[in-house]
Design a protein around this ligand. Structure first.
Ligand SMILES: Cc1ncc(COP(=O)(O)O)c(C=O)c1O
Length: 395
């Protein structure tokens, strides 16, 4: 059997290794507390599940769905954008449901990237952006996200010859893994830059509704010229705890949406219809659950931030997202620290370098574990720290 070259260069997905390590520990009877995955532990709200069950019983939903999704779902997505962001979208040409946003994020590379084309990709970042560019035969050009620049890419640092060979630009705010946020001014600057070089922008915004205190995230689609320049990927996964149902969407530039629809109609058969009805219920039904979830995450955020800072893993409270991006203490790199925490404390975190070279020096903590596990994890972290008398104490 001879596999493709493309597969040879494909690294195993970041979380496959982590999940394997957790399984090995569990098989030895050890209890592991995982802060690794951004997968909500809170169930999908009951009114959404009820709709799903009801739709599953309807035989009309037992057959192949259409790639472009039910018109009612596209209307619901357009309606949600109007209500939430004041953005008007044509439900027929500017909205496309996805089998989870990861699917669309991965596929759009095939609509743009030819051999050796560049795509501008943040570093650190959700790994799917760069992997899909590489699979399509292109070259990711990394834009470092540094604390000095508030984890925003410095567009002025991109050489003109790279920008001229670039077809796609990825951005993601609220950001995974750094939890940084961006305002409309930043989105406007991205659009100006992209228009100068004829680059299509892909903004990935699945965390726009996971916000704390009084913060409100902006949509890329609110920026001037967004529809002429790019699209926004979004998801029901994080807002409504629907990771397991696999449903997301892309909205914006009609030409880009049409290209992705054409590609997808050749590769998949769309989102199962019962799940589409559940998504309509999520987007159009009662929204109290969103604030309820955020209250839970905010409480966990505060507990985690307090412990991390007290044990020398410096971290600022994020305004949004499900993550805390904590600095590794002196004398460690991110893999050393993650390995030691697993071995000595039975606590799983994600090493920052797994998201790209500029992620070195950080580890990511997710807020998606039940309160009891979180409290146990925090106590283990404090205990672990107490054995490290030599580690610098925070001033
Ligand atoms: C930045 C980012 N984009 C997209 C996704 C994928 O979400 P979905 O469940 O819609 O595929 C994730 C999931 O963790 C993510 O962190």
């Amino acid at each position: 059997m001879r596999m493709s070259r493309r597969l040879e260069y494909l690294p195993p997905y970041l979380f496959v290794g982590i999940t394997k390590k957790i399984a090995e520990k569990k098989a030895k009877g050890e209890e592991v507390i995982s802060f690794a995955l951004g997968d909500p532990d809170i169930p999908t709200p009951p009114h959404i599940i009820d709709k799903l069950c009801q739709a599953a019983h309807d035989q009309a939903n037992h057959r192949y769905p259409e790639t472009e999704g039910l018109p009612e779902l596209r209307q619901a997505i357009a309606g949600w954008y109007k209500k939430r962001f004041g953005v008007s979208l044509d439900a027929d040409t500017e909205v496309l449901p996805l089998i989870g946003s990861k699917e669309g994020i991965a596929h759009i590379a095939l609509c743009f990237i030819d051999h050796r084309d560049f795509a501008l990709v943040p570093d650190p970042a959700y790994p799917v952006y760069s992997v899909s560019i590489t699979l399509a035969g292109g070259r990711p050009y990394y834009m470092p996200l540094t604390e000095e620049n508030n984890f925003l890419p410095n567009l002025n640092a991109i050489p003109a010859y790279i920008a001229r060979g670039t077809k796609l630009l990825w951005i993601n705010y609220p950001n995974n893994p750094t939890s940084a946020v961006a305002d409309l001014d930043f989105f406007n600057r991205v659009i100006q830059f992209a228009q100068q070089y004829g680059i299509a922008v892909c903004h990935d915004g699945p965390y726009s509704e996971v916000v704390f205190d009084d913060y409100q995230a902006a949509s890329f689609m609110q920026a001037d010229g967004a529809k002429e320049t790019g699209v926004e990927f979004h998801s029901l996964s994080k807002t409504y705890n629907m990771t397991g149902w696999r449903i997301g969407m892309v909205v914006g530039n009609a030409q880009m949406i049409d290209a992705l629809k054409r590609l997808k109609s050749n590769l998949d058969s769309g989102v199962p219809q019962a799940i589409q009805y559940a998504a309509i219920e999520a987007l159009t039904g009662a929204q109290d659950c969103v604030q309820e979830h955020n209250d839970i995450y905010q409480r966990r955020r505060d507990l985690l931030i307090e412990t991390l800072n007290s044990i020398g893993l410096e971290a600022k409270p994020p305004k949004a997202s499900l993550y805390i991006w904590a600095k590794v203490p002196e004398g460690y790199n991110s893999v050393d620290l993650a390995t030691e925490l697993l071995e000595e404390a039975g606590v799983v975190v994600t090493p920052g370098v797994g998201y790209g070279r500029s992620g070195e020096g950080y580890v990511r903590f997710s807020l998606t574990l039940p309160d009891a596990a979180l409290v146990k994890g925090l106590s283990r972290l404090s205990q672990w720290r107490s054995t490290k008398g030599w580690m610098k104490k925070k001033k």
